[in-house]
Ligand binder design. Sequence first.
Ligand code: ZN
Length: 394
Amino acid sequence: MQKATRQHTKEHNRRLVLKTIFEHGGISRADIARRTKLTRATVSEIVGSLMDAGLVTEIGVAASSGGKPPVLVGLVDDARQSICVDLSTDRYYGAVVNLRGKILHRYALQAPQGEERASLQPVYELIDHLMGIATAPVLGIGVSTPGLVDTREGVIRQAVNRGWVDLPLRELLFDRYHCPVYVANDSHMMALAEYTFGHLGQIENLVVVKISEGIGAGIVIGGRLYCGDGFGAGEIGHFSVVEDGERCSCGNLGCLETVASVRAIVRHANVIAEEHPDSLLARRAAAEGISLATVAWAFHAGDPLVRELVRAAARYLGVAIAGLISLLNIHEVILTGEFVEFGDFVLEEVRKEVTRRVLPRMATETHIAFSTLGSDAMFLGTSALVLAEELGVP
Ligand SMILES: [Zn+2]
């Protein structure tokens, strides 16, 4: 028992020292001791072991304040690499990421469709490729996926759009690659990315709503990701917003995903093109078929039917977001995912709907904005998860 406690303290101190080095470009052992309140001897021993592991190195000397100038130590950014994988869209994306969240390599392939949609073969192919091009020891594999994910066990409990039920993904990947594996919900990873790397700085609470193939929200409260009792916090995509609406892939009627997900928008756009062959959308679609890009083109070209379709989707999003705001009273709501292609129009429609449905004071105090992290946000989120779990940073 005592031994276990000592081991625990040792690990805690090691993480504390590494975190302190991580947060500084270069820092002396004496400064680390001051900041961590550990003894000089303990700090020197830990720095020595981190140098042996190749994680930190001596990077120069500081200006002397009389006497011998102190030696600075810093993180070796490329000492370890993480494999980050995003399974949340109709293409599977992967990247090799260094300890600072810098993307070193990328790879993507088509996600399986139809009968084959649950196949893991493309996931293995993606990770095989990334493992092969990593140039440093792999710290871990981080996977973001749609659905209910038991992050403790690394099991996807239910992902209706892929047909995965109780899929032990962590175990399967560990058996194949023999390194630590973390599996988490895609919207939760976007929230972690915003919290760790976003433009909002030192805020403790935020909500990220991701609108892609599916829809979900990630919630950070008090600086921690809130996953809920059954890992389903923020599953607003299956919150029913249309009375007697369309049948959803989850089995219920009128879920938000049936009216506002990218998949729903494209499906409804197909109906518009069929019923209105003279519309801008239909004429464009005749040449290239209908994808989100086609719909976005017709939207920006001013096709009134497409604008109405997007307006309705944004309004329904507003209904769900109003619910989140009323429940949580979190002031920062960030929208992300492919739906942002429709620009400020969407933002305005969501705000209007929220204003109609939330206590006026709470509505005016809430900022709803697009993410500024760009298309790599998911990799930032999953790499932040691997770093936090494996090294205790950032
Ligand atoms: Zn549903």
